[in-house]
Write a protein that binds this ligand. Sequence first.
Ligand SMILES: [Zn+2]
Length: 168
Amino acid sequence: MVTCAVSTCKNTSAKISKNKDGITFHRFPRDEDRRRKWEVAVNREGDWSATSSSAVCSEHFDAKDFYLTESGLRRLSLCAVPSINISPCQPSEPTICKLDPIQISSTDTPEVIELKHKVRRLEVIAENRRRRLNLMWQSKRRLRKKVDRMKTLIKHLIQHKREKGIDR
Ligand SMILES: [Zn+2]
């Protein structure tokens, strides 16, 4: 049985299945540097270190960490590091398993079922992008305010310089 290395996460391979919940388990990278990054990211107490069977579930990766192969399989990109719902202090983000389970009827052919899963994967990606877009809009608004403040400041400075120039 595979358990998720994130201590606050209760996902195990016994409880969830890829097809039903869309959750996959990803082993720690073999590469030393990347492995270390994952170990730091999962934020375990003491001198915990990953073993060859340690894994992190897909709930802790951003949608952008995954890519779809031509055949519609979801793969984790090489540079991905777990970052989502790691610590209890982090605001929890909607994840794959919060979406309704895929409805499969007895008349569905394997192709239809595979397409339904594909649609679900794309829905997850779309949802993550929507969230990122919202964050970008927020930061755009913040930056615009900052620009406005800077413009006012510059105007004041120019005014000040002019007044000084007249004094001289
Ligand atoms: Zn997990």
